[in-house]
Write a protein that binds this ligand. Structure first.
Ligand SMILES: Cc1cc2nc3c(=O)[nH]c(=O)nc-3n(C[C@H](O)[C@H](O)[C@H](O)COP(=O)(O)O)c2cc1C
Length: 187
């Protein structure tokens, strides 16, 4: 255990979707590796190790924007959204593409995605504890194959998230959260 890190309960509550980052400081590759390694400690059924990661920095971000924008246009998406996609990945110095591989049955494929979502939460919590902001973005409709190809993932890999990341410049306000709904079932 690292003694100098905040309490896990505090980290869970402190994690916020946040794109306010220092745009001039790219996260070190060692840090990206550390966060991805922590992500892989998530549970995964049948030990399929379904997560795939691609770290995108520098001019790679505008190349990703072009790939997504072209796929969206081919899919008939709203031209305003298509134009926005061209530059949107340049808003943070780091982008992390996270994919989930196809399983040998539909159920396994679904479970792989569940496992990768758990891995994403690991990654975001570890980032929060290090003062790194994360923002989970969805892969735009019709762009999964193009983004998987760009990332070098196997065909069919589902893009679970395209994460905007960087050194946190501003913390986000924490709004109240609805209480959990818990059914109590006993004998
Ligand atoms: C699967 C998934 C996809 C998401 N996609 C987007 C997205 O495309 N755009 C966005 O603004 N936020 C996206 N989010 C982030 C949510 O909007 C965010 O978690 C929510 O507003 C709650 O805020 P919090 O993360 O600070 O608790 C996504 C979150 C998840 C879990």
């Amino acid at each position: 255990m690292s003694g100098d890190r905040p309490d896990i309960d505090d980290v869970i509550r402190a994690r916020r979707t946040n794109m306010f980052v220092d745009r001039e400081r790219t996260l070190d590759d060692v840090v990206i590796h550390e966060l991805c390694e922590l992500a892989t400690w998530a549970p995964n059924h049948k030990r399929t190790w379904p997560w795939r990661f691609a770290s995108v920095t520098g001019a790679g971000r505008s190349r990703l924007g072009r790939v997504v924008s072209n796929a969206m246009a081919a899919h008939g998406d709203d031209p305003n959204k298509v134009a926005k996609a061209l530059t949107k990945y340049e808003r943070t110095p780091n982008i992390l593409i996270v994919g989930s591989i196809v399983g040998d049955t539909d159920d396994r494929t679904a479970e792989n995605r569940d496992a990768v979502a758990a891995a994403c939460q690991n990654l975001m919590l570890a980032a929060t504890a290090r003062g790194i902001a994360t923002y989970w973005g969805s892969c735009p409709r019709g762009s999964h194959d193009a983004v998987a190809g760009f990332a070098g993932f196997d065909p069919g890999t589902h893009i679970v998230g395209i994460f905007y990341m960087g050194h946190e410049a501003e913390t986000m306000e924490t709004p109240a959260r609805p209480a959990p709904l818990i059914a109590r079932i006993s004998d």
